[in-house]
Design a protein around this ligand. Structure first.
Ligand code: SF4
Length: 243
């Protein structure tokens, strides 16, 4: 079994409740989506080589050949001093069979965070028992420009079960309040106690407007009428030029 990667590097986590914690990021190739705000469009390309950071945290890379075998992947990660491993992309669950073979050797040695769009419950089933924390996106159609994935999100959360989970929703001036209400009504009964994070869209494209303070406060108040834990946490890594 092999996997196709884009890069492996150490950096502070730039999003969510573990913000600032050093993590070893493994960025997997491929994503079936095309979110309007995507900050990793490289995920859509095919690479003959992936970047491997020679010294942790120094952003000096060598080029390693794609695809990588389970054994070589385990060797690279087992010798790495960082205690946290983030599986990210792209969508790491597109390569769930590879993860199912690779992770047993790493489980217990590193805390494993899965960063996912939360739409592939069957693939999650293959590895959920080896994941310590699931960071799951909720994709709002009014923000992504794609269709709604509410049904898939619901099935995905059921598979997460009792594992640690937090939900991350990119919100923007375009967020449709009716869609937000429907999302809350559908998902809240399953994860009322779960931490929900509103992540204001980071304006990268020409013409993309930051969400207004008033709209953000309103979306948060709506969420708080259904949920116990709601926080606003913007992306931090653009501040330090991170990936
Ligand atoms: S799911 Fe993630 S990687 Fe895929 S298009 Fe959306 S933001 Fe980009």
């Amino acid at each position: 079994m092999n996997a196709r990667l884009i890069e492996i590097y150490q950096a502070p986590q730039g999003e969510g409740p573990y913000l600032g914690l050093p993590m070893l990021f493994v960025r997997f190739e491929t994503c079936a989506f095309r979110c309007s705000y995507c900050d990793t469009p490289d995920s859509f390309k095919k690479f003959s080589h992936f970047k491997w950071e020679k010294q942790p945290g120094l952003a000096e890379f060598s080029q390693e050949t794609n695809p990588i075998s389970v054994l070589d992947f385990q060797k690279l990660l087992q010798n790495h001093p960082c205690p946290w491993l983030s599986l990210t992309g792209g969508e790491p669950l597109h390569q769930a069979d590879f993860l199912a073979e690779s992770l047993p050797a790493l489980k217990g040695e590193k805390k494993i965070l899965l960063e996912t769009a939360g739409t592939l419950p069957k693939d999650l089933e293959k590895i959920i028992h080896m994941i310590d924390v699931v960071s799951m996106d909720i994709k709002l159609s009014s923000v992504t420009g794609m269709r709604s994935y509410l049904k898939e999100h619901l099935d995905f959360i059921k598979v997460v079960g009792n594992q640690e989970l937090y939900l991350k929703v990119v919100v923007s001036q375009e967020t449709d309040e009716e869609e937000w209400r429907q999302t809350l009504e559908t998902l809240a009964p399953l994860c009322q106690e779960t931490l929900w994070i509103l992540q204001p869209l980071t304006p990268r494209l020409d013409g993309a407007l930051p969400i207004s303070v008033k709209k953000l406060a309103h979306l948060k108040a709506m969420a708080e009428s259904y949920l116990k834990q709601v926080q606003v946490i913007p992306q931090a890594h653009p501040q330090w030029g991170g990936l």
